[in-house]
Design a protein around this ligand. Structure first.
Ligand code: ADP
Length: 539
């Protein structure tokens, strides 16, 4: 039968076959709120009726400034299945960026946590198309002075819990995210029902050992960051329960307790959050006994994290790679039969690879002249992709700004090697690459090496201007508390571990590294600060 591939089918399926599965949200450091998928979808119907009553028209952008919790999931389904476009905004962006993307997306309503009202009040004079705001999780207007201010619970209370969902075409837009725009303005990526559904199915297929109906998933990645990597769709599709950390994602005590108390079996997050959790468990003597699998992605992950998960907590940590422009996941590291043929050291290093592409994603690597490079696990080139889940062009941008070439290949901005079996290893971002005397040096490999030093907590390697070689690697490192290591000893650590000419020229120790709004090390800031260090020091 010719039925459209829509997220509405996920909702229907989950409601019919997994309706009783629990959805748990942390509402304070101690307390949780419990409901089920049936409860979420019942309230999503009320929300859809409320949005219609507010005068929303098909295709209108409805924004959220919200943490990971039940109401945000209701918004995911009420807005998306209601024929509107869910625009999830990262509240950690700078004021000007938030104002820019609200205006650029032409958001009509903003659903917000009370704590972001001061931000919106500050931005009010700049915001152009917004009819009003809806405040989550409170009984009053939380001090908002917009023309229309509603309380979410009051809005839903008056509505019927039945509705006739519209039947949008599978290619209609249903959600959007902006990339963080480390240079220039953020760029909007619009997702269709079809791309999100195919992404949900493709990730489930590749991650065959991943969550199923007996699992409980914890998305430790924000619902405002690439749709929490698709888990709000994947969990109901497979019938897994969900535990949302609410506003406590960065609080390892709460996260650790929730995992144990709610018997979480599968978690996904970025390296920093996992690291914080393990540090806390090391100190407090806690465990991760319920967890059977964890996924890490979003930034390069040191080998030590995989080893700590496995050796200290008995949990398999698998790496994934993705981007806002790919609906989220592009690859997942799932070792195939060839894994057994590798020698011991290759097996030890294997978790550092980002893995194989999901179904429907084609990849290639090219040199600076756009010539394809071999899949030999050695040649590193610009990683390009095309496929069912790849963004064709940015919202409201010209074709020239799309990053897609005439043959349909999208330039990811990452540099990678590809093994003969298609397994990818990201060695850098193009803009972070160090080109020393015309040769490429992988900053990620140098960072991994630095982070295996027992005294080093975090490390970043940037390209610094150099008189003779144009660019040379400069290591910026944070020591673990109470640990000492000299600059000379840290540099000597690289001897025999990387090619001699890759060894950083100098080390700078700092108290902490700067991070972007999405929690990644901001190499741009580091380059601005230390880009001329080698010239100044005459190294
Ligand atoms: P941004 O950080 O630019 O806002 P995304 O959140 O979409 O955008 O991040 C995508 C980028 O994150 C990728 O292009 C890549 O550079 C980096 N990234 C994602 N996953 C990994 C990974 N597993 N290892 C290394 N880098 C990663």
């Amino acid at each position: 039968m010719d039925m459209p591939l829509t997220i509405t089918t996920v909702m229907r399926h989950a409601e019919m076959y997994h309706g009783e599965r629990e959805v748990v949200s942390a509402v304070s450091e101690q307390d949780v709120r419990r409901t089920s998928y049936s409860g979420v979808f019942r309230r999503a119907r009320k929300l859809f009726n409320a949005l219609q009553a507010l005068g929303c028209q098909p295709g209108d952008r409805i924004a959220t400034l919200a943490w990971n919790h039940q109401q945000h999931l209701e918004l995911y389904y009420g807005v998306i299945c209601g024929g509107y476009v869910l625009h999830t905004i990262n509240p950690r962006l700078f004021d000007d960026q938030i104002a820019y993307i609200i205006n650029h997306a032409e958001d009509k309503w903003i659903f917000t946590e009370p704590e972001f009202i001061p931000t919106l009040e500050r931005l009010k004079p700049q915001i152009k198309h917004v009819n009003g705001i809806v405040v989550l999780d409170t009984d009053d207007d939380a001090g908002a002075s917009f023309r229309n201010v509603h309380v979410y619970e009051h809005l839903l209370a008056g509505q019927d819990d039945t509705c006739a969902w519209p039947e949008p075409g599978e290619n209609s837009a249903c959600a959007m995210c902006y990339t963080s725009g480390t240079t220039g303005n953020p760029k909007g990526v619009l997702y269709s029902h079809r791309s999100l559904l195919l992404h949900t199915l493709s990730t489930a297929v590749l991650d065959a050992g991943g969550p199923g109906a007996n699992d409980v998933i914890m998305p430790l990645v924000p619902m405002f960051h690439v749709n929490a990597w698709g888990l709000p769709f994947r969990a109901p599709l497979v019938g897994a329960g969900i535990v949302f950390p609410g506003r406590y994602m960065g609080n390892p005590q709460v996260v650790g307790r929730l995992i144990t108390q709610e018997k979480v079996t599968y978690g996904v997050s970025v390296p920093t959050i996992w690291q914080m959790l393990l540090d806390h468990l090391d100190r407090s003597g806690g465990n991760l006994d319920t967890l059977r699998k964890a996924v890490v992605g979003g930034a390069a992950t040191p080998l030590s994290l995989f080893e700590r998960f496995r050796d200290d907590y008995g949990v398999e940590l698998a790496q994934g790679w993705g981007m806002t422009e790919l609906c989220s996941a592009g690859t997942l590291n799932v070792p195939g039969p060839d894994f057994e043929l590798l020698d011991e050291e290759q097996r030890r290093q294997y978790p550092l690879k980002q893995g194989k592409p999901i179904f429907g994603l084609e990849v290639k690597i090219t040199d600076d002249g756009d010539n394809a490079l071999p899949w030999d696990g050695v040649a590193a080139g610009h990683l390009k992709v095309k496929g069912l889940t790849v963004c064709e062009s940015y919202f409201g941008a010209t074709e020239a700004e799309s990053g897609v070439d005439a043959n349909g290949w999208f330039t990811t901005g990452d540099v990678a090697t590809i093994d003969p079996d298609g397994t990818i290893q990201v060695t850098d971002r193009s803009k972070d690459l160090i080109k020393s005397g015309g040769e490429w040096i992988s900053s990620i490999e140098l960072e991994n090496c630095a982070m295996t030093h027992p005294a080093i907590a975090e490390a970043a390697v940037i390209s610094a201007a150099h008189e003779k070689w144009t660019e040379r690697p400069l290591l910026i490192a944070v020591k673990k508390p109470d640990q000492t290591v000299s600059r000379e000893d840290l540099l000597a650590w690289f001897d025999g571990k990387v090619a001699r000419w890759w060894k950083p020229d100098a080390v700078i120790f700092v108290e902490e590294l700067p991070h972007t709004a999405t929690g990644k090390v901001s190499k741009l800031t580091l380059r601005e600060q230390y880009g001329d260090y080698l010239l100044a020091q005459n190294v």
